[in-house]
Design a protein around this ligand. Structure first.
Ligand code: ARG
Length: 599
């Protein structure tokens, strides 16, 4: 079902257009009311319209309000202040929506995309040969939540882990590999008592080489040690460097995989399409841009100068795609990847989740892709950027030695600390249960704290804050969930069969203000998901869930559930059940944060 705010927006915008009789859109700008005493929603767009048509805003609001028929949704739609319209939802409408959510077990009646898009999400993307550190946390989990949310809304999501496995760091690594290799070869030579100071007299006539080769062939058949060594040499010759690179890559990826699994991030080897994947496409990227007259030589390098990018002195900024020594760059690979994603993967949108320091890179990348016609205006290109994770002092989080904190260590510590809390609060639980709770709470706390911060700001990482049972934290949310589950368990022990009471439920009684308030908020789950998806901001979802938990608390304090009479109990049980389902769904399905039945 469509979020009610969309429904209202459409109808009121239409009424405004009818009234104003002007070409173009007349957005109603419906927003949740800032204060409950003004109702549930308010229309903010009328003042703007009145200005446009040079009319009195209050009179305009009144005329629009008079022409509206919102009986299906609202009890009232009254003009207020300098030209707002305040809207109040009808309890019957709210009840109807609640029942629709109840019926839709897996989808919670959230409206799916009318036109599903193919969205490529480029996230996590660490560089290989290094352990993942705290700097990779945000891309990995914000990217994953983005994918989960878009998938839930019915889009086709293609996850791409654009690992750095082919740039200059790799070149440096290969130098090390080569050094190791020559050492390795030297060892064998020593074993053979070969003296490198007096190499074979050269040149050797081919006849002699041929004879040596024939002898070697014979030895190969009879001398197994010789054969083994020859095979090893062949292997090194053919695959030595590439193979070693491959091993380093695999070792790195399997270490990343452990982190992804710990974080419950849906990324695996199939999603890895690192820089090396594009190696054969780089020459064409440069050639095609040159041919199109978009790339030119400048100081020996090949560059593109997209419009509108200038340095402090007003000089045009280049996006360098080939260095004077012929090497390709990060940007070259990104252009190849972008073209591949549009042409081969059929992307309608490409979303890059990286830190804010790469802002200029992506702005220039997008500008060049548009210039080259590799991404038409219908293809959305978004840089979903985020701020840094800071230590207590406000500087980027580092170890005492000044190193980036390893993600594994950070997550281990989170689980350890959560374990201590569980141990203290609930020492009697079986060890397995305690471990399960500690993992859900510890990892959940790190993820939730990150999501709940505005993604474009930096935030201070604090175990104490994120593990607190009070405030907008994972443990608070997980506890809210577990508490409702315990109500359900209590119901069972009292022989109240929730399922029978709730299946086929046809009518609700939302009479207590706390019931209605909670119900009105529950039916806004879809609205929160859509807002989080539109802006790629998981904090819209965490804020919603937090407020939901608070409203539940108020309801539960005011309205007895199991002791309610038969006229009230089914409605109250439904409020409990839907709250638990929404919190459980939001946390575990959309944010990848574990929930437990008992804490
Ligand atoms: N490997 C890069 C880094 O560690 C991030 C890559 C992001 N994705 C991209 N297509 N450039 O900074």
């Amino acid at each position: 079902m469509k979020p009610v705010i969309w429904e209202l927006e459409e109808r009121i915008s239409e009424a405004m257009r009818e009234y104003a009789q002007i070409p173009g859109a007349c957005p109603a700008i419906v927003r949740p009311a800032t204060d409950p005493k003004f109702g549930d929603y308010q229309v903010n767009g009328i003042m703007g319209l009145a200005k446009k048509i040079k009319a009195d805003p209050v009179a305009t609001a009144q005329a629009v309000a008079n022409s509206l028929d919102l009986n299906e949704f609202c009890t009232s739609w009254n003009v207020a202040g300098p030209g707002f319209i305040n809207l109040e939802l009808k309890a019957e409408f709210v009840a109807r929506r609640m029942l629709e959510i109840n019926e839709d077990v897996s989808g919670l009646a959230v409206e799916k995309a009318k036109i599903p898009r193919t969205v490529v999400v480029d996230f996590s993307s660490p560089n290989i040969a290094k352990q993942m550190h705290v700097g990779h946390l945000r891309s990995t989990i914000i990217g994953d939540a983005t994918c989960r949310i878009l998938e839930f809304l019915g889009h086709k999501v293609i996850r791409q882990n654009h690992i750095g496995d082919w740039g200059t760091p790799m070149g440096m690594l290969l130098v090390i590999v080569e050094e190791l290799q020559s050492k390795f070869i030297q060892n064998i030579e020593n074993l053979e008592k070969f003296n490198p100071e007096s190499p074979l007299p050269a040149p050797i006539p081919l006849e002699e080489i041929e004879q040596l080769y024939k002898d070697a062939n014979k030895r190969f058949e009879v001398d197994s040690q010789f054969a083994a060594k020859a095979k090893k040499y062949t292997y090194n010759l053919q695959r030595g460097i590439v193979n070693t690179w491959w091993h380093i890559r695999n070792i790195s990826l399997s270490s990343c995989q452990k982190i992804y699994d710990t974080l419950d991030v849906k990324l695996n080897i199939e999603h890895v399409r690192g820089e090396s994947f594009y190696k054969n496409l780089l020459v064409d990227v440069v050639d095609d841009l040159k041919k199109a007259g978009i790339a030119i030589e400048s100081d020996g390098a090949i560059c593109v100068f997209p419009d509108g990018f200038k340095n402090k002195d007003g000089q045009s900024l280049p996006l360098i795609i080939e260095k004077s020594d012929g090497a390709f760059l990060y940007a070259t690979t990104d252009l190849a990847a972008l073209r591949y994603r549009v042409d081969e993967l059929g992307a309608d949108a490409i979303v890059y989740v990286t830190d804010a320091r790469q802002k200029l890179h992506f702005e220039m990348l997008f500008a060049v892709a548009r210039m080259a016609g590799w991404a038409s205006e219908d293809v959305e290109l978004s840089h979903v950027m985020f701020g840094s994770v800071l230590g207590a002092g406000g500087a980027p989080l580092k170890t005492r030695e000044g190193e980036n904190v390893k993600l594994k260590e950070l997550l281990d510590e989170a689980v350890e600390r959560a374990n201590a809390v569980v141990e203290e609060k609930n020492p009697g639980l079986p060890a397995e249960k305690k471990a399960e709770i500690a993992k859900a709470v510890g990892i959940g706390a790190v993820k939730y704290a990150d999501f709940s911060n505005n993604r474009t700001s930096d935030y201070i990482f604090s175990f104490d804050k994120m593990l607190a049972m009070e405030g907008n934290t994972a443990p608070y949310m997980q506890y809210a969930y577990a508490r409702i589950k315990s109500i359900e368990r209590k119901a069972q022990s009292r022989d109240v069969d929730i399922e029978t009471e709730l299946t086929g439920l046809k009518a609700l009684s939302l009479s207590d203000p706390a019931e209605l308030d909670l119900a009105k908020y529950l039916i806004r789950y879809g609205e929160a998901i859509q807002a989080a998806a539109a802006d790629y901001r998981p904090n819209y979802l965490t804020s919603y869930l937090y407020e939901l938990a608070q409203k539940f608390s108020a309801f539960y304090t005011n309205c007895p559930v199991l002791d309610a009479g038969p006229d009230k109990r089914p409605t109250r049980l439904l409020l409990c059940d839907l709250t638990a389902r929404v919190i459980g769904h939001g946390l575990s399905e959309l944010l990848g944060i574990g929930v437990v039945e008992q804490m």
